[in-house]
Design a protein around this ligand. Structure first.
Ligand code: PGA
Length: 301
């Protein structure tokens, strides 16, 4: 029955190969559709605690680094990824997770802070991750906050991401105002690495990282939303009640430059990993839990 139509004298469609049946073509098309569906997901994963969420994120990163030792990782700073970085350091120490061939790009840096400044993101990354793993210092990239030519620095940063082959997996936190990186509300959804002015709310949120009485810088260099959307996979982490409103707006509200994290609906593969407190303003938590608990096997890979 295999060669049915053709053997009975009906001409085969010209785009069919000599051995392809309609059934095989149908299966090929179906698997193409499945791949496309797989490629466009915003997956909301609610974990019982910040610790459980950080461990899950660390497992996802470790699985990438084991599969692709020369992975390009996009890194974030702030209090959110601290548990994740602790777990990656533990995996390196106790399980031999190897970052030797990995490359990293950080999202942002304050303009005017030297790499040695305790509130700089250079310092943060050194203290909280880089000195605990075996990533090669020359493979780590953080925007230069002391640059005398910021536009050239930003252009070069984008060029070095491209030269590294693009970012395989980007870690993100979310600001209480919905920012990702330092893309504050009203940022262009197509923005690239550039200088940004912080809102008073973000400066107040970040004041605890600075010494008492020290001014939080007004300006930063940040990857743009367009830069983030080009990464191959995103893990957005959000913990605590303080992030609940921004997360609900980003996940269940309309896509809007006023909630920069909502742009992740356009990302081909975004995972949002929350603790219970951060999920309290979401309306469809039962559905997100059901989807995660019943994930098809092929989606778990
Ligand atoms: P936080 O900041 O992790 O310190 O809460 C997140 C962010 O501003 O992106």
């Amino acid at each position: 029955m295999h060669s049915g139509a053709a053997s009975q004298g009906h001409p085969r469609a010209s785009w069919l190969g000599p051995r392809q049946t309609m059934l095989e073509v149908f299966i090929a098309l179906l698997s193409c559709v499945v791949r496309c569906i797989r490629a466009f997901v915003m997956e909301v994963i609610i974990q019982p605690s910040q610790e459980a969420a950080s461990l899950l994120a660390a497992k996802m990163i470790a699985s990438l680094v084991r599969r692709k030792p020369a992975a390009v990782l996009g890194l974030a700073t702030g209090s959110t990824p601290l548990g994740l970085y602790r777990e990656l350091a533990r995996m390196h120490r106790e399980e031999g997770l190897d970052f030797q061939r990995a490359t990293t790009f950080n999202l942002d840096e304050y303009v005017g802070l030297a790499p040695g400044h305790p509130a700089s993101y250079h310092h943060f990354m050194r203290e909280n991750l880089f000195r605990h793993i075996n990533v090669a210092p020359e493979n780590t990239h953080i925007p230069d906050g002391l640059s005398c030519d910021i536009p050239a620095t930003c252009e070069a940063y984008e060029a070095s991401i491209r030269a590294a082959g693009g970012i395989d997996l980007q870690i993100l936190g979310i600001g209480s105002d919905g920012h990702i990186g330092f893309n504050e509300p009203a940022s262009s959804l197509a923005s690239r690495t550039r200088i940004k002015t912080l809102t008073p709310r973000t400066r107040a949120d970040n004041a605890p990282f600075f010494a008492q009485g020290e001014e939080v810088p007004h300006h930063v260099i940040t990857m743009g939303i367009g830069t983030i959307l080009e990464t191959r996979q995103v893990l957005l982490l959000g913990f605590g009640l303080k992030k609940a409103e921004a997360l609900a707006a980003a996940i269940e509200g309309p896509v809007s430059p006023m909630v920069p994290a909502s742009a992740l609906h356009f990302h081909p593969r975004a995972h949002v990993i929350l603790d219970e407190a951060a999920a309290t303003r979401l309306e469809r938590t039962d559905y997100y839990r059901h989807v995660f608990d019943n994930k098809p096997v092929w989606q778990k890979q």
